[in-house]
Design a protein around this ligand. Structure first.
Ligand code: HEC
Ligand code: HEC
Length: 188
């Protein structure tokens, strides 16, 4: 976690005056402490942001800033970012290649659960074929397993309340299906 502490220190330094003159690359460097130098997050519960869709990335930064989505790390990060910074960072990270986390493929049983859930809820109606997402709908394929699981649980419990539609869908999904679903998406 020392790298996380360092990142927050770096951010603290960067916002006390230098921020205005920093390029987007310099601002993005602070993100690497948690989201990874090569796009592989440093913690299993931290999401991949490299190659995620631009519109989605921007909306999440905006939601953290507005407090509609809560996370101590991210709220500290966005506190000093302007709307233009968030737009530039969203564009910057969306153009990076999605990293290969080398997560294991789902078992047949896990895939069967995910397919059943998809038939009843229609995940791919929004997250699209192969769970690739687009625009403001996030890519789920190859996302970190622990983060996917946490996100589904957070929507369900409203710990993440920035999208009531996803909360309703996760309430309509059996909690026992979350783990196989996360395995399926992570290994997709
Ligand atoms: C101190 C660690 C830390 C730093 C530094 C950090 N993040 Fe994060 N970020 C997180 C964590 C943890 C989450 C997941 C929060 C949750 O579980 O809801 C997150 C989530 C996000 C998300 C939402 C992703 C999704 O799939 O919903 C975006 C976008 C994001 N961060 C962008 C950034 C950007 C851009 C920077 C640099 C300006 C940055 N982060 C710096 C820890 C960090
Ligand atoms: C009606 C469209 C729709 C459907 C159907 C849908 N989703 Fe979503 N999902 C979204 C949107 C939009 C978001 C981004 C919400 C936000 O802005 O925070 C999202 C976010 C997520 C996230 C968080 C991703 C991240 O990076 O934080 C997960 C996980 C997820 N959906 C899983 C599912 C699963 C599993 C299903 C099927 C059981 C499903 N979704 C069905 C629209 C949908």
């Amino acid at each position: 976690m020392w790298r996380v502490a360092l990142a927050l220190l770096t951010l603290g330094w960067s916002v006390t005056g230098v921020a205005q003159t920093q390029t987007v690359e310099q601002k993005a460097a602070a993100c690497a402490a948690c989201h990874g130098e090569k796009g592989v997050p440093v913690d299993k519960a931290f999401p991949v942001i490299w190659g995620q869709h631009q519109g989605y990335l921007f909306l999440q930064l905006r939601d953290f800033k507005a407090g509609a989505r809560k996370n101590d790390f991210m709220q500290a990060v966005v506190a000093e970012l302007s709307r233009d910074d968030m737009m530039a960072l969203a564009e910057y990270f969306s153009k990076k290649p999605w990293p290969d986390l080398r997560q294991k493929s789902a078992t047949d049983a896990e895939a069967a659960v995910a397919n059943r859930v998809n038939v009843s809820i229609g995940c791919t109606g929004c997250h699209l074929g192969q769970y690739q997402g687009d625009a403001t709908v996030p890519r789920l394929a190859g996302q970190q397993h622990d983060y996917l699981l946490k996100s589904m649980r957070d929507f369900r419990s409203r710990a993440r309340a920035n999208n009531p539609g996803m909360t309703d869908l996760m309430k309509a999904t059996a909690e026992a299906d979350f783990e196989p679903e996360a395995n399926f998406l992570a290994g997709h």
